[in-house]
Design a binder for this molecule. Structure first.
Ligand code: ARG
Length: 469
């Protein structure tokens, strides 16, 4: 049914029918309508309504009997929402829908539920409650991916693994050190989520349209009832601010950007050229043309998500910039951005957790990729430890590497004569200088690649994962 087909019926479902003589033009109605997305606030709005009705009765603004009837009505509306009864036209938004259904349950006293409040404070309250809930849900999904990374690191992370710098083979490390680099980035992402939740925890309800409610409610009491830390101290700010939404969206975007780096590693390292790991079949896709291909579609889409989420964040911040104080309809857009961001991030987290926990590391390829040249800086350091100034040691090794390159042989395969022509002191011990395990064990400081350092990091990570709520 379009708005003009039955103006009378539509007017009844609107919360502001008295002021205007006709319903909105169909094009305005379509643009204005937020129900197609804000129905996701339904469960939170029911909680808000219950708290508000109780408070109205407590301060004597409505009768106890009326409050009881409204609470029963809200139970019925909640059941209808849970049963998935279609939320669709003619309602403009979730607030109108709930009131219409409540009226179907309890009659005209349904509108008492909005006594002394406005959609402005209600939507800001529901938004913050949604943000808190979905920040927690995303936190759980991040924890699952962290657990997947940690399990692979615990099970086979001891193997030598190449460290790339500027995408050049640089030094040796262990697989666990690579995997945990992503674990710790996600750990910081989780602290950011906790910060965003803490700052979103000021209750807007009772700010009404922006000047404060005329009913003598106790906003602090309402805050406690609805799980907020405190009541927002300013009514304009309570209805007009969305920095809490931008902050959560930023925290999610930063996580997505960190995930895009994990995803890029997975794409590269699973390629035939690197061959450091292999995805399980169920986490790869095929090509419609080239039968040999195993495409890392999931990781590629995870890599893309950081970009799309950055777009959502930029969009929200641009919407907020320059808005006059108090509530403006522009603010309705916060929900589109938040909902889309959560959906994208949740999808990516699930796919990455599945991909990581089922992938296989190719130990042989990892070992082979750490050839003698990757140990060049260890050789220079050992010469410096033997007394040669580091600048000279660095140059000597540089010349040895260049010589091997000129001759087309591996660094370790230079013969005594060739080594002697550059650094006679190395003749005799040349072959023993390229021991990967010894090079790894030299790196024993916190965060390094020795067995012990990696072991400490693994237990630190396991402890952190179990400590976070
Ligand atoms: N759908 C609106 C939003 O999401 C609800 C608040 C509407 N307030 C108003 N004064 N029209 O922001």
């Amino acid at each position: 049914m379009t708005p003009n087909e039955s103006d009378h019926e539509v007017r009844e479902s609107r919360l502001w029918g008295g002021r205007v003589s006709t319903g909105p033009a169909p094009a305005l109605d379509r643009l204005n309508r937020s129900l197609p997305f804000d129905h996701r606030l339904g469960p939170f709005e029911i909680e808000i309504d219950r708290a508000w009705v109780d408070e109205l009765a407590r301060v004597g603004a409505i009768a106890e009997s009326e409050a009881r009837q409204l609470q029963l009505g809200l139970d019925a509306v909640e059941r209808r929402l849970e049963a998935g009864e279609p939320a669709c036209e003619p309602d403009e938004d979730i607030h109108s829908l709930i009131e219409r259904w409540l009226e179907e349950e309890v009659g005209v006293s349904a509108s008492q539920v909005r006594l002394g409040r406005s959609r402005n404070d209600v939507v800001a309250t529901g938004g913050r409650m949604w943000a808190r809930d979905y920040a927690m849900r995303s936190d759980l999904l991040v924890a699952e991916l962290q657990d997947a990374l940690l399990q692979v690191a615990e099970n086979e992370g001891g193997i030598p693994f190449p460290l790339y710098s500027h995408m050049q083979p640089a030094q040796p490390t262990r697989a666990a050190n690579w995997l945990l680099s992503h674990f710790w980035a996600l750990d910081r992402g989780r602290s950011r989520l906790a910060d965003a939740v803490a700052r979103a925890s000021e209750l807007p309800l009772g700010a009404a349209a922006g000047a404060g409610t005329g009913i003598d409610v106790d906003r602090q009491r309402l805050a406690v009832r609805l799980g907020f830390d405190t009541a927002g101290p300013n009514s304009l700010d309570a209805v007009g601010s969305r920095d809490w939404a931008a902050e959560l969206l930023w925290a999610w975007t930063m996580i997505a950007i960190d995930l895009s780096r994990l995803a890029e590693d997975l794409v590269l390292y699973s390629s035939a050229e690197f061959g450091l790991l292999r995805f399980a079949d169920e986490w790869t896709t095929g090509s419609s043309l080239m039968p040999q291909k195993r495409n890392p579609d999931g990781a590629e889409l995870a890599r893309a998500a950081g970009g799309s989420m950055l777009g959502l964040l930029t969009g929200l911040l641009s919407t907020l910039k320059g808005l006059p104080s108090g509530y403006q309809k522009d603010l309705q857009e916060d929900k589109r951005a938040l909902f889309a961001a959560y959906d994208r991030l949740a999808g990516v987290l699930e796919v990455l957790a599945g991909t990581v926990s089922s992938m296989r590391l190719h130990h042989d390829r990892a070992l082979a990729s750490i050839d003698a040249s990757v140990l060049a800086s260890d050789l220079a350091e050992s010469l410096a430890e033997g007394g040669l100034p580091f600048r000279e040691a660095h140059e000597v090794v540089g010349r040895l590497v260049a010589k091997a390159e000129d001759l087309g042989v591996a660094l370790a395969d230079l013969d005594d004569e060739q080594v002697r022509s550059i650094e006679p002191g190395l003749v005799g011990s040349w072959e023993t200088r390229f021991d990967r395990e010894a090079a790894l064990q030299r790196r024993g400081a916190i965060g390094g690649s020795s067995r012990e350092a990696v072991g400490r990091q693994l237990s630190e990570a396991r402890k952190r994962l179990s400590e976070r709520p």
